[in-house]
Design a protein around this ligand. Structure first.
Ligand SMILES: [Zn+2]
Ligand SMILES: [Zn+2]
Length: 127
């Protein structure tokens, strides 16, 4: 599968038995539908994270169905992410997945997940 940002082939990284598609060039990652819920470990909380039909049409294309991704603002001062309108999944630029997790979870809970992601992704710019 190719990165929706720079078109380089993505690599698969495993986190808690979830396969994430990670771009080694721009360090963004793609989550298939339902994977964010698995990472957060709280399906009900994650259901409120985004609205598949919300947002505005962006420039990037879904790496699965090639439809244009929609730019969606996550709640609780989370980042803007790119979501497939066909619900294939969503794209996080570098640091955005960790920002989304911090926005969604209590600090202590978020810290453990962010630490594990930092080890997998190779650090995080801007703290
Ligand atoms: Zn890329
Ligand atoms: Zn799609």
């Amino acid at each position: 599968m190719h990165c929706p940002d720079c078109a380089k082939s993505m690599i698969i990284l495993e986190y808690a038995e979830i396969e994430l598609d990670f771009c080694p060039r721009c360090k963004g990652c793609w989550l298939d539908e339902g994977e964010l819920e698995q990472i957060i470990g709280d399906p009900e909380a994650a259901l409120d994270l985004f609205d598949w039909k919300g947002g505005r049409v962006g420039k990037r294309r879904c790496p699965r169905c090639l439809d244009k991704l929609h730019v969606v603002q996550l709640p609780a001062q989370g980042p803007e992410v790119d979501v497939c309108p066909q619900a294939c999944g969503m794209w996080f630029d570098e640091g955005e997945l960790r920002a989304a997790i911090r926005a969604q979870l209590p600090e202590e809970q978020a810290a453990g997940i962010v630490k594990a992601l930092n080890e997998m992704f190779g650090g995080e710019k801007n703290g």
